[in-house]
Design a protein around this ligand. Structure first.
Ligand SMILES: [Ca+2]
Ligand SMILES: [Ca+2]
Length: 507
């Protein structure tokens, strides 16, 4: 298998010699055998855990020690579709939102139903690995909107434990579809969501290890997504903590921002003042059980003798704004929404850090590479395996990011109730749709993609070298636009290319 992986990277005489010497070429098979030595994969997905403001590794010291320090930490990892459902759709398929058709959580370009209607369920990481002989399983959050068809079990999953109502976000009182049986959890400490997912993770790994079949496990707690509280055992130690006051916290001058943000800035600032620090405190507390879950998973892999043959991924579906630019939640093209933690450890990976641009669409092809499955043409992402071994030659230097907005003509100032809560009623402010291109130096955003004709869009340009906190949109004024004509022309052209890319043309 090692030889095969090398051969993909060095399709030369050297690989042929290696193959001749080892005689080891793995052929993917739909009928697993006890001698199947392909590596296992465990992917642990946090929900709304940003990498820009929250000190993730300090908050999760076990995860830092057990995955990050044993593997590669990606310091420039991004969620190009920075909202739960769109992000998860891209993780499951390795495709950008314009190709999955899922650009937000609900509506015609969002949610589980858009994902299924677009035919995506026939080619996910689950179907691909399952068809290649892997035992596959998941527990936790699948895609927003699954509650509309709670009995549905997507193809490819051997062990299915998905939340089928929005109580999952509260950590209690939720129902899981456990392989066709609806199991309601209550409000006892033992019902706490992250702990239940931990137990299911440990059971799956134990059973799969005993079977000798290579496995893929997807642990998807909603922690630290609002409003999940800390586990009961962590409540006493969860002390009120102020969210970090980054230079863009409650950005005083938003006159450079698009009109929807200017129009709602006061209401947004008031919301942040009322909720942000409480939210941050809860998030830190909730991360403790997530950190313990990671430790439990690694211990189980060690106990079953599988750790040395298992790749571990820790990341988040999207980032989160803790008051940056007067924004809560995610969905924005700014750093807080798009930057996610990513650490990967496993066989052959030497500890280190990488500033290569890693995207959530890269996870699926990386898994396929590990499992010796050819990456399908339709996949937009790139396998991270060269980067994981230190080879970044020819790696991407830009990507497209996309958000579908609420899409109902409300011009981005609509309010929605946060799922999983009844009292108090807390509202989150949505925003219009956008497309953006992000390269090493610039962020270029086109707003109102679905709400307005092209000649009425609004634009932003940030020079991240000079303005890492995105405080000054360089093209808000006519003078600014005149001074940046060339770079805008280039970035606008690139945006046009990437918003219509597919498969190889995205890579
Ligand atoms: Ca999320
Ligand atoms: Ca500003």
């Amino acid at each position: 298998m090692r030889a095969r992986r090398l051969s993909r990277r060095f399709p030369t005489a050297a690989a042929a010699v290696l193959l001749a010497v080892t005689g080891c070429v793995y052929t993917a098979s739909a009928s697993p055998t006890a001698g199947d030595q392909r590596p296992n994969v465990v992917m642990i997905l946090a929900d709304d855990l940003d990498a820009a403001t929250t000190p993730v590794w300090q908050a999760m010291p076990r995860t830092a020690a057990l995955i990050r320090d044993r593997g590669v930490e990606f310091t420039d990892s991004f969620a190009p579709m920075p909202i739960c459902c769109a992000a998860r759709a891209s993780i499951l398929t390795g495709e950008y939102g314009h190709n999955t058709g899922v650009l937000t959580n609900a509506g015609e370009v969002g949610g589980f139903e858009a994902f299924r209607a677009g035919g995506n369920e026939s080619h996910t990481i689950a179907t691909t690995l399952h068809d290649a002989g892997y035992r596959t399983g998941m527990a936790g959050k699948y895609l927003n909107g699954l509650e509309h068809d709670p009995g549905h079990i997507p193809p490819g999953w051997d062990d299915w434990n998905a939340g089928i109502d929005n109580f999952l976000y509260s950590g209690y009182n939720y129902t899981l579809n456990e392989n066709g049986t609806r199991v309601k959890y209550g409000v006892a400490p033992a019902d706490y969501e992250t702990d239940v997912i931990r137990a299911k993770s440990e059971r799956f790994i134990t059973d799969a290890a005993a079977s000798g079949q290579p496995f893929f496990w997807y642990a998807a707690s909603t922690s630290p997504h609002f409003p999940i509280p800390p586990a009961p055992r962590h409540l006493p130690s969860t002390q009120p903590t102020l969210a970090p006051r980054s230079p863009n916290y409650q950005e005083p001058d938003v006159s450079d921002k698009p009109s929807w943000l200017i129009d709602t800035a006061d209401a947004r600032a008031a919301t942040i003042a009322a909720t942000n620090d409480i939210d941050y405190t809860n998030r830190l507390g909730a991360l403790e059980s997530l950190d313990e879950m990671v430790a439990g998973i690694v211990e189980t892999l060690e106990r079953t003798g599988e750790l040395d043959n298992t790749y571990l991924i820790f990341t988040s579906d999207n980032g989160y704004s803790l008051g940056a630019h007067r924004l809560t939640q995610k969905m924005a093209p700014y750093e807080e929404s798009m930057r996610v933690p990513l650490a990967i450890s496993g066989p052959g990976i030497r500890p280190g850090r990488s500033d290569a641009m890693a995207l959530s669409i890269d996870l699926a092809p990386t898994l396929y590479d590990w499992a010796d499955i050819p990456v399908p043409d339709r996949v937009d992402g790139r396998s991270l395996t060269p980067v994981l071994s230190g080879d970044t030659i020819g790696w991407r230097t830009d990507f497209v990011a996309e958000y579908g907005g609420n899409g109902d003509g409300r011009n981005g100032i609509a309010q929605e109730q946060i799922p999983g809560t009844d009292t108090p009623i807390i509202y989150a402010l949505d925003m219009p749709s956008w497309s953006a291109v992000r390269d090493r130096r610039y962020l270029y955003v086109r707003w109102y993609e679905r709400e307005r004709p092209l000649d009425q869009r609004e634009y932003e340009l940030y020079d991240l070298w000079a303005d890492p906190y995105q405080l000054t949109n360089l093209i808000k004024t006519p003078q600014g636009r005149a001074a940046h004509t060339d770079i805008v022309t280039d970035l606008d052209h690139r945006l046009g290319e990437l918003t219509t890319c597919a498969g190889r043309s995205c890579r």
